[in-house]
Design a protein around this ligand. Structure first.
Ligand code: MLT
Length: 405
């Protein structure tokens, strides 16, 4: 008889955003007359930038010719895209990342999940609390998280680093030695952005102890505050201890088109092994690469027009986040985030539970949010709203929430 991976049996309930989608669908079915406004999952609403679709159309036409047809592509991504990323996202910002340290993929979520393949089963994993659930669930699936404790909402083998109002939503270095450390800045879900001074101790820690930082930079394009680093590699020494995940999903409307990249520096070695070589081996074996047409679309973001169009997208979402942040603050809620991030993190009123407030807003305001408790125990008492909605709908959502409050 086959043995299943019994770690899956330990996972509580369903994946956070699937659970929300299920509840919202049930509510919508029972109340077909209600027009819901969705500010829950961070899914974008603007169409793909014109530069992207033009490049994709051209690539489709190329694929229809004998000379321009592309079969299997390089698993690591085409050099036209890797070169552009290395140059414009890193070298132009004074960071020495080379094209062969960049791996094109179909999503930061996939890569954040798949990266655990590189690490042994007994590593101690540290996560922020609240946290993007993918880091926790994928370590649970691969047996590194121990057992789920319903009462505390925590996994027995994970080290949780609370990010709460008292520490400005910035994790403190863990009190015990850890090996794999997930950091996400600007943060999902709290919207907090880390300065160089706040990131440096993590780089120093990882280099000193041999830990690896798994740095999720999916929201870097939303940084507005001068001096806030856009990449972990802006911190000296990060190239020997950090892997960085980036995505085109939120910056250029690729949530349905799928393109992202992961940076694994060649200087990053552990136990004599190159993590760049290991990730390359993993991708060549398990991944067929991102479609040529999609990579051509992503490469268009590195032309002057494409860059400007992506900036314009981000500006719309930044403005939405501002509308949410200011509107909810005026309504008396305590809010943070939404400045260097598309996410606004709001405290529930009168000590209400996250799911309770989520339900209240769903039923009375017909606005979908994300309950903070879904991101971990320290998210209890908060909800998250995204700036990725349509502008007019976002304004209306804030108005409806204010009326309910
Ligand atoms: C979120 O809402 O946190 C994100 O959209 C989820 C994701 O990017 O996978």
């Amino acid at each position: 008889m086959v043995q299943i991976n019994s770690n899956f049996q330990k996972l509580p309930g369903s994946y956070l955003f699937s659970e929300i989608a299920r509840r919202v669908a049930a509510y919508a079915q029972a109340n077909p007359d209600r027009a819901l406004i969705k500010l829950g999952i961070g899914d974008v609403t603007l169409p793909l930038p014109a530069a992207v679709t033009a490049a994709m159309h051209a690539a489709v036409d190329e694929m229809a010719t004998a000379q321009g047809f592309h079969g299997y592509g390089p698993e690591q991504g085409y050099s036209f895209l890797r070169d552009a990323i290395a140059q414009q996202d890193y070298q132009d910002r004074g960071v020495n990342i080379q094209p062969d340290e960049i791996f094109i993929s179909d999503g930061a979520k996939s890569d954040c999940g798949n990266i655990v393949d590189l690490f042994g089963p007994d590593n101690k994993v540290a996560v922020c609390d609240p946290v993007y659930p993918v880091y926790v669930d994928t370590n649970a699936m691969s047996g590194r998280a121990g057992e789920y404790d319903e009462k505390s909402g925590r996994w027995t083998n994970l080290v949780y680093m609370p990010c709460v109002a008292e520490n400005d939503f910035m994790p403190d270095l863990p009190g015990e030695e850890v090996d794999m450390i997930y950091l996400c800045f600007p943060n999902n879900p709290t919207g907090a952005a880390a300065t160089k001074e706040q990131l440096k101790p993590w780089v120093d820690y990882a280099n000193r102890t041999g830990a690896v930082l798994l740095f999720d930079g999916a929201y870097e394009a939303f940084i507005t505050t001068p001096g806030v680093p856009h990449s972990i590699y802006e911190i000296p020494g990060a190239e020997t201890c950090a892997i960085e995940f980036r995505s085109f999903s939120k910056t250029a409307g690729f949530t349905g088109t799928r393109c992202a990249y992961t940076v694994v520096p060649k200087a990053l070695t552990r136990q004599g092994a190159s993590l760049n070589a290991m990730w390359n081996r993993r991708q060549c074996t398990k991944f067929n690469g991102v479609p040529y047409v999609v990579q051509r679309g992503a490469a268009a973001l590195y032309t002057p027009e494409g860059r400007q169009q992506a900036k314009d997208h981000v500006a719309v979402y930044q403005n939405n986040a501002r509308v949410i942040r200011e509107g909810l603050a005026n309504a008396g809620l305590t809010v943070s985030g939404g400045v260097d991030s598309p996410y606004v993190w709001a405290r529930t009123p009168n000590g209400m539970g996250s799911w309770e407030f989520f339900d209240l807003l769903l039923r009375q305001a017909n606005v979908v949010t994300t309950p903070g408790a879904g991101f971990g125990p320290s998210g209890e008492g908060y909800i998250r709203l995204t700036g990725f909605g349509e502008t007019e709908a976002t304004r209306q959502a804030v108005e409806r929430i204010r009326n309910v409050l």
